[in-house]
Design a protein around this ligand. Structure first.
Ligand SMILES: Cc1cc2nc3c(=O)[nH]c(=O)nc-3n(C[C@H](O)[C@H](O)[C@H](O)COP(=O)(O)O)c2cc1C
Length: 386
């Protein structure tokens, strides 16, 4: 029996009948403004803001608004199956939690809270290299939950190999390699506050617990954290990579590899030619190149070009169930949820992440049914109008 995510709706109404309203909004876009009131200005703008003028953050949302669903009637859509399987990972719906680093600036339980909420719902999480908890701690919190690992590719091969082997050993099954953030984008909101969480020792749990990284240091991170932080920052920023270097990752990772940050159809083709297993069409939520194209606008051409050879995942701008539906209809095999779950974390730790995820999945489930779709496999551009 497929998971009935839509039942969260009746659960909320019934609790209201008993006098209890949801603790935080069921609308992901409202959670952003309520999170602002809860969070310190530095961490809030680190999460919310984008590169430059913010035009790509806006473009990501506007692209979703340009597509409209055309609901069909009398399609026997009472029982729906949203489940799917991707790169060997079964999932109850085609939704994953995007890699988001430094979650300790949002909530003290950080990635551990996220890992527990994701596991409870069976939703895969993608752990960031910039995690505030170690690879092994997050795996323990995630338990039997599905998990993937996202790499910010260090320019030291031994450190890279060590991190990858830890992730594999700790049960992360797919490697996501983020290519669009080999150096930080120009982010005026963070710059105006001179706020970079890494310099405060946040988001460095993975290198600090890594034997190969520690072996390079004159003093341990516990003795001289500033030196260790700077060593790490220069190891993961400032060095762009080339296609020629991808075989190194294959040598050190025997599971599926997905390239994140792909925005050009030729890069997607090249990823497929290079033997990669998937791409994530993403502009990092508009945090890297101001004025970059909306991720949704390039999804159809990429899905058409390589969707029959490799998995095409999508993120950047997903806020509602209909957004998930639209991205799937335009060719994505799954979407990654970013900022909304981070706002959930800010509101209520594990319970907040769970609430945001349940809201998105319920909205997606209900919108699927009401638009006449029984399964994700049947979605195609024909359910949309521009
Ligand atoms: C606070 C924050 C931290 C992020 N950290 C990472 C990261 O460590 N690795 C990564 O690949 N992407 C990171 N991302 C990008 C997300 O994985 C995803 O691409 C983005 O959030 C999607 O845009 P949206 O949140 O507007 O939907 C981060 C995003 C945010 C908001």
């Amino acid at each position: 029996m497929a998971e009935r995510f839509g039942s969260y709706q009746s659960e909320i109404y019934l609790q209201g009948f008993g006098g209890t309203k949801p603790e935080f909004s069921t609308d992901a876009t409202r959670l952003e403004s309520s999170a602002e009131a809860l969070m310190e200005p530095g961490p809030f703008s680190y999460v919310a803001s984008g590169a430059g003028s913010g035009s790509t953050v806006r473009a990501n949302r506007e692209a979703f608004d340009r597509w409209k669903l055309v609901p069909r009637m009398l399609t026997d859509s009472t029982d729906r199956d949203l489940s799917t399987s991707l790169l060997g990972t079964p999932m109850p719906a085609p939704v994953l939690l995007a890699p988001v680093g430094v979650q300790s600036i949002v909530h003290p339980e950080a990635e551990l809270a996220t890992a527990r909420a994701a596991a409870e719902l069976g939703v895969p999480m993608v752990l960031s290299t910039a995690s505030s908890k170690t690879i092994e701690e997050v795996a323990a919190a995630n338990g039997a939950g599905p998990r993937w690992f996202q790499l910010y590719w260090p320019n030291d091969p031994d450190v890279t190999a060590s991190i990858l082997s830890r992730a594999k050993k700790a049960g992360y099954t797919t490697l996501v390699v983020t290519l669009d953030t080999w150096t930080l984008g120009w982010r005026p909101c963070d710059l105006d506050q001179a706020y970079l969480p890494f310099l405060e020792g946040e988001g460095v749990a993975i290198p600090f617990s890594d034997p190969a990284f520690r072996a390079l240091l004159d003093k341990t991170p516990e003795e001289d954290s500033a030196a260790a932080i700077l060593r790490w920052i220069f190891m993961v920023t400032g060095t762009d990579r080339t296609w020629r270097q991808l075989p190194f990752l294959r040598e050190h990772w025997d599971g599926p590899i997905v390239l994140k940050g792909i925005q050009h159809v030729d890069d997607a083709r090249r990823a497929a030619d290079a033997g990669m297993d998937g791409v994530i069409v993403s502009n990092h939520g508009g945090r890297q190149v101001d004025g970059a194209v909306a991720a949704l606008d390039v999804l159809p051409e990429i899905a058409t070009a390589v969707g029959d050879r490799i998995e095409v995942l999508f993120d950047s701008g997903v806020r509602t169930g209909s957004d998930v539906l639209k991205a799937l209809a335009l060719g994505a095999s799954a979407v990654l949820l970013g900022r909304p779950y981070v706002y959930g974390l800010a509101h209520g730790g594990e319970a907040g992440v769970r609430h945001v995820l349940r809201c998105l999945l319920a909205d997606f489930d209900i919108s699927m049914g009401l638009s006449g779709n029984r399964s994700v496999g049947q979605l195609s551009p024909s359910v949309l109008r521009r």
